[in-house]
Design a binder for this molecule. Structure first.
Ligand code: UD2
Ligand code: MN
Length: 312
């Protein structure tokens, strides 16, 4: 193909994409787009990453744009021991709200593949069970996710997906979660601390830990239940956190909130390019819904820790 052939080909492609898009893009009023904003919450970080709140974006528009790219969203979920009981609700509600119309590939890490419920998935959506050993400590299960995550991205997902989300299984979807959440590196504001002064963030405060964040530092407190982004970026995050967790383990120190503490340390020095508001990480225990939260999209269900965890 000569240069001019290639150029003509690109122009044709561009034309096809534009005409396919234009119909859908015209489906809403332009004034809505021009005035889309919120004044009651911060919608951008000091490093100009969007903070995704309801009312700051047009879901159909964003989904339409990203659908042109024919993306696959890998979604990794751990369900070890008694946590397999959360899978049915997680999957059933994900099929109602999560990346509808996109190719989604769930990877379920579990010690009991036979206990994965048969949930009907929409076309273009698949589920792969991955057998891993159980553990007698819940802390070990949650922090080992980083190791598994970097392994599976390197060995498998780079061939199978474009973006990844790692999500807690003790959760349910209640509202739209689509392409507005995509970005190079994505974190979610923990619902318990998004209005707190950073001196109250439960960062790891012991200098002996690799997750240590000194007083007077820190942007936000991110929840460990939602991590997302491009495969390469999440690989770097998972690999770094795994290495830091190993160093801590060799000194017999476990950070205050296990991998969540290391995640917060990582995000302090590697800023997310997009931040999800607590709409994307709510907790049913917080039954009071403040005014700024217009919609709850994904929430941690109430669980009896003593009944589901292998240890206190
Ligand atoms: C809302 C939020 O940000 N939650 C974080 C928080 O507590 P959580 O109370 O949400 O932690 P959790 O008990 O839900 O454990 C995190 C996840 O590990 C998996 N799991 C855990 C135990 C088990 O026996 N089997 C099993 O499969 C499962 O996918 C679960 O969703 O702190 C944890 C680390 O301490 C994680 O960072 C969680 O993401
Ligand atoms: Mn959880």
């Amino acid at each position: 193909m000569t240069f001019s052939d290639k150029f003509r080909h690109l122009l044709q492609l561009d034309h096809i994409h534009r005409s396919a898009l234009s119909q859908k893009l015209l489906q809403y009023n332009t004034w809505v787009v021009v005035f889309y904003s919120r004044t009651d919450v911060a919608t951008v970080t000091p490093w100009l990453a969007p903070i995704v709140w309801e009312g700051t974006f047009e879901p159909t528009l964003i989904d339409t744009i990203y659908k042109q790219q024919n993306l696959t969203i890998a979604t990794t979920v751990f369900a070890v021991g008694k946590y397999v009981r959360f899978l049915r609700d997680f999957l059933q509600t994900a099929e109602k709200h999560y990346f509808l119309g996109f190719r989604v590939h769930y990877y379920i890490f579990t010690d009991q593949p036979e206990a994965i419920p048969a949930v009907t998935l929409a076309p273009n959506r698949t589920l792969t069970p991955i057998k891993i050993p159980g553990s007698s400590r819940w802390q070990e299960i949650t922090l080992r996710r980083m190791e598994r995550l970097q392994e599976i991205i390197k060995n498998r997902l780079i061939f199978e997906a474009d973006y990844i989300f790692s999500l807690d299984v003790d959760s349910k979807f209640h509202g739209h979660w689509g392409a507005e959440s995509l970005g190079q590196l994505v974190g979610a504001l923990h619902p318990g601390f998004y209005k707190a002064n950073r001196q109250y963030f439960p960062y790891e405060r012991r200098p002996q830990s690799q997750a240590y964040i000194p007083a007077g530092e820190g942007d936000y407190y991110y929840g460990g239940a939602v991590i997302g982004g491009h495969l390469e970026d999440v690989y770097r995050l998972a690999k770094t956190c795994k290495d830091q967790l190993d160093i801590d383990a060799s000194k017999s120190i476990e950070a205050a909130w296990q991998e969540e503490s290391h995640l917060n340390k990582y995000f302090l020095y590697n800023k997310p390019t997009k931040v999800l508001s607590p709409e994307y990480l709510w907790q049913d225990v917080q039954f009071f819904k403040p005014q700024e939260v217009k919609i709850i999209r994904f929430t941690q269900v109430i669980k009896n820790n003593a009944a589901v965890r292998p240890n206190p």
